[in-house]
Design a protein around this ligand. Sequence first.
Ligand code: RB5
Length: 148
Amino acid sequence: MNTKQIIIGCDHGGFVLKGQLIKHLQRRGFDVCDVGTYSADSCNYPDIADALCKKIQNGEFERGILVCGTGIGMSIAANKHSGIRAAACENTFSARMTRMHNDANVLCLGERVVGAGLACDMVDLFTDTDFEGGRHTLRVGMLNDLDK
Ligand code: RB5
């Protein structure tokens, strides 16, 4: 990543894991912007995905992490935003490949699916893996065209 800044958000289903990921990222020297939710009370994941994605769309942040129960609702909501390439990942291979091939800018994780150790490893791959470019540049461009 160009900066050690990252944005993170969750719903009630991802609240505990989000706290663990924030500590992990801060230990790694990241400045973490937390868009909520700030308690374990029930809330609606599309609101959180929207708040986070808007801050990527306006250039405040390059990459973000969204946590819900499965990672799926957050990824569906995030991918409705132009310029957002969100990937719900459950393993390290996918987390690495979605950076290399899709230039993913949002990683979505499920607290009810993965443990904190695996989630931290996926976050590290998401922040530290570069986009491969080459033939994938055309394809990511085609994704961007689908936004129009
Ligand atoms: C909340 O119960 C749950 O539906 C949400 O966290 C998420 O898993 C949705 O995809």
